[in-house]
Design a protein around this ligand. Structure first.
Ligand code: 2P0
Length: 337
């Protein structure tokens, strides 16, 4: 049965996003304030659907993932996020949270971005917080940095917030907003080359990078310049410039991890084979550019009209892997129950 949104429950859907200018490193871990601003495309595939229902009688939150009770760190992160929502709402009710996601199991594809964006919208509504999209984006940030951007569809920039301000003040200025992208009609071809769990969480890896990599500060400085250039390239709908900037920004981020002590290396031989296929596509005259996150999977930016050809080349390179084609998708939204 359908419930009036906010009466005591709400359901929201959100999709993951892929960063073209990466978020890597927090300057405040409690408030999820990043060192640098980032920019992403929200996808039209892999939605997460999350239902939050208040339970006046319960003494603890009950969380299920795809029908299975959550435990450990996963459950703690969600309960901690709900505590934040409860404090803001001035309520103590526990909640029943049911999350379903369609990301292929273990694909390592930013499921926390869609997950916490959907949870932020559903929980804010269920607990009666009256937040505009900026407020929802700031709230989602407290669940997972990348979720800040999945509140919005299409392309979005996540502002790092005033770097010289004290954290409490920067907290107010660190949110995402949608940005125009001219007539760009892009696709992201996603090569899932390894579905196994990662050895080092992105949270731990970015902390180690900030603390120990001599390349972190130079990358952060160049990433700020990349963002300025990226915004101009998007406005011009210049796919080659967008792709070149995204590829160098991602490789630079991986260089900071490789130079952390001890090194963090997410790229596998299969990732490099896919990177070679992207170079070959370019030699063959097909504009295609790679970006990689905290895992071995490779996302290839290209024109939508080239997506099938790019997917074919990537599929041939990623033997044993799976390939998905995504376009720009919508932001997080409430849905009928
Ligand atoms: C990004 N990544 O911009 C970057 C690029 C991975 C590489 O955001 O600690 O799950 O929850 O804020 O957002 C992955 O890290 O980390 C990520 P937390 P998150 O998409």
């Amino acid at each position: 049965p359908r419930e009036r949104p906010g009466a005591n429950g709400a359901t929201a859907v959100a999709q993951p996003n892929i960063a073209l200018i990466k978020y890597w490193g927090k300057r405040d871990e409690r408030l999820f304030l990043p060192w640098t601003s980032s920019l992403s495309m929200t996808l039209d595939i892999f939605p997460t659907t999350t239902r939050v229902r208040l339970d006046a009688e319960a003494t603890d939150d009950a969380v299920t993932f795809n029908g299975t009770p959550a435990s450990g760190e996963e459950r703690r992160r969600i309960a901690g996020f709900l505590d934040l929502v409860r404090r803001r709402a001035g309520l103590t009710h526990r909640a029943v949270v049911d999350t379903r996601n369609t990301v292929p199991t273990g694909a390592g594809l930013a499921s926390s971005a869609g997950g916490f964006a959907a949870l932020a919208v559903a929980a804010a509504t269920a607990y009666g917080l009256d937040l505009d999209p900026t407020g929802l984006s700031r709230l989602a940030r407290r669940g997972s940095g990348s979720a800040t951007r999945s509140i919005f569809g299409g392309f979005a920039v996540w502002h790092a917030g005033t770097p010289t301000a004290p954290p409490a003040e920067a907290d107010l200025s660190s949110y995402a907003e949608p940005i125009p992208a001219g007539d760009l009609d892009p696709a992201l071809v996603i090569a899932v080359v390894n579905a196994g769990p990662k050895d080092v969480s992105s949270r731990a890896a970015m902390r180690r990078t900030v603390e120990t990599s001599p390349l972190f500060e130079p990358w952060a400085a160049s990433s700020r310049d990349d963002l300025t250039e990226m915004r101009q390239a998007l406005l011009r709908a210049d796919l080659d410039a967008v792709g070149e900037i995204a590829e160098r920004n991602s490789l630079g981020m991986h260089a900071t991890m490789l130079s952390a002590r001890p090194a963090v290396r997410y790229l596998s031989p299969a990732s490099v084979t896919v990177l070679d296929s992207v170079l070959q596509l370019r030699r063959d005259g097909v504009p295609a550019y790679a970006t990689m996150d905290a895992g071995p999977n490779v996302k290839v930016l290209c024109r939508r009209t080239d997506a099938e050809r790019v997917a074919g080349a990537v599929r041939a390179a990623a033997t044993g892997g799976t390939v998905h084609i995504a376009g720009p998708g919508p932001g997080a939204r409430l849905v009928d129950e």
